[in-house]
Design a protein around this ligand. Sequence first.
Ligand code: CTP
Ligand code: MG
Length: 217
Amino acid sequence: KGAAVVLVAAGSGTRFGSRKQFVELLPGVSILDRSYEVARSVSSNVIVVVPPDTVRSISARYPLATVIAGGSTRTESVRFAIPALKELGCSFVLVHDAARPLASHGLYLRILESLKEGAVAVVPGLPVYDTVKRVRSNEVLETLDREELRRIQTPQGFKLESFLQAYGQVIDVSDDAALFERCGIKVQVIQGEEQNIKVTAPGDLDYVRVALTPGSL
Ligand code: CTP
Ligand code: MG
């Protein structure tokens, strides 16, 4: 029975300087609004995870969504969505960072397509163009093989049954797929999107606003 989307938007935006998910991209349209709109175009089952003190106002804003309170880490925020996910009873789950408002409808569909073809875990990835070195206390330890590196994005898609098992591990990870890697489950990589940046620092907003200017993408 289709896919549910978990949109994680409960962060505090430490690097950005404020709760970036609520910053307006266009008059009356926040980063979260934009991410929600795309998620909603893919599935009618969207779970939005937000800071506890905003649950009431966000529920009122998105009456068709399931809005829940997040936790103190991203992993915890995703974990808090599990009861609602079980209730929806979908076959697949797509987890997306609300801080990536430019992920396309098409990218979601390609993730979903791989799941329907039998993949258990699917993530979008892009090549790395810079040389990447491992460094400790300002001293280079080694240069990594760029050919093997990818910049990983969201939405990340999973078979729900496996997702629930993977989240049985109580550890903190930076993306959901890491929990699958730790169990030795194969994670498939499909082509990501250059435009699909994660708004992290204030300067990233300029990129997003330009991208949303009609005719620029
Ligand atoms: N997130 C969340 N709950 C948390 C932390 C993060 O739902 N406790 C969400 C963020 O809202 C964001 C996504 O996870 O949509 C990716 O996190 P990140 O870009 O790191 O956002 P923040 O954690 O808010 O930013 P920072 O790390 O700079 O504080
Ligand atoms: Mg964070």
